[in-house]
Design a protein. Structure first.
Length: 348
């Protein structure tokens, strides 16, 4: 089987969408399927037309076109096609797009959904949002969860030479991810200034780069005497940080899936995370954070550091839970769906 994916996603790092596309593409290749690239341009509007044109071209009638990152064909494709919509963060929190950009994005997503043979999303939470916003029957949405490389995160990993300059304390709470409003980093930093959490004497380590609307949060980070900002870190150090932290904190306002929570559990970390978006589905034995205010986070994280029973439960169950999310399983479900849409398109 031949599957086409957008060059614009495969060739540049766009976060979780790129991770998803590359892992599915790798899995398809390992199973003997051919992955080809839809054409792209330096101009987004030209790329949009090229990707739609690929789905209409008679030369590619036997190719399944998989639009892997929310937007897709502008009109009904002649070729078999699939669109993955990862989530609708804007339904629940601020996003980087302006209101005008959001309107365009929603219009393009709606057009893609109604111009394709099958719709994928990555969690039941996202499926509910898509059904509500885009007038789609939830039963018509194929929920295929992402996977993680559990073996990579569980294998003992040493810090890199670069990390020796960090002078990390023996104990620390770790946040790993972008610095942006959706991730709720500002309230996390404020929580570490509350008496309850300061009394624990364990600093917060932030590994991640500023993404958007971050100025106020960065000012708070720089002023805090118990917050260490490492910036962007390598994959090696990301795993080592997770394996050595006293607690992994993830207080996000919304996630379409939530890779870091599963990766941290696979690494053997005790995880405390919010239950927003898909996190209630993927967090399993993690310690739940319900109140995402500074005071609420301070109380929840202090509890997570001190409650031996909750910590033992997360440690004993976490790695087995994370291992359930397999890229191999995800690839297999994608192949089954590709085959269905290919049959559906015959004779069209």
């Amino acid at each position: 089987m031949k599957i086409a994916m957008p060059t614009r996603i495969l060739d540049r790092h766009t976060g979780g969408n790129t991770t998803y596309a590359r892992r599915i593409a790798e899995g398809l290749s390992l199973r003997g399927h051919e992955v080809v690239r839809m054409p792209a341009s330096a101009r987004p509007e030209i790329t949009m037309l090229k990707e739609t044109g690929y789905g209409l071209s008679k030369k590619h009638r036997s190719t399944v076109c998989h639009y892997v990152a929310d937007t897709g064909p502008l009109v009904r494709t002649g070729n078999p096609s699939v669109v993955t919509v990862h989530g609708i963060a804007s339904r629940w929190t601020r996003v980087a797009r302006s209101s005008a950009q959001e309107a365009v994005w929603r219009h393009r997503v709606r057009r893609a959904i109604h111009s394709t043979d099958a719709l994928i999303t990555v969690s039941h939470s996202s499926a509910r949002d898509i059904a509500a916003v885009f007038d789609v029957r939830k039963s018509a949405i194929n929920v295929i969860e992402h996977g993680i490389d559990a073996d990579m995160f569980s294998a003992t990993t040493e810090f890199s030479q670069t990390a020796t300059n960090w002078n990390l304390p023996a104990e620390y709470v770790l946040y790993l991810g972008n610095i942006e409003p959706r991730k709720n980093v500002a309230n996390l930093v404020k929580a570490f200034q509350m008496p309850e959490l300061r009394a624990a004497g364990i600093p917060l380590v932030i590994a991640g780069k500023p993404a958007w609307n971050y100025a106020e949060t960065m000012t708070q980070i720089e002023k805090a005497d118990n917050v260490i900002h490492l910036g962007f870190v390598s994959d090696q150090d990301r795993i080592a940080l997770m394996q050595n932290c006293a607690l992994f904190a993830f207080p996000s306002y919304y996630e379409g899936f939530g890779f870091p929570v599963l990766e941290a559990m696979a690494a053997g970390a005790v995880v405390a995370c919010s239950q927003r978006g898909s996190l209630a589905e993927v967090s399993g034995p993690a310690i739940a954070i319900d109140d995402l205010s500074p005071a609420g986070l301070s109380h929840s994280l202090e509890h997570a550091l001190a409650n031996d029973g909750a910590r033992r439960h997360c440690l004993s169950e976490g790695q087995a839970w994370a291992a359930k999310f397999s890229w191999d399983t995800s690839v297999g479900k994608h192949i089954n769906l590709y085959q269905k849409v290919q049959k559906k398109a015959v004779g069209r």
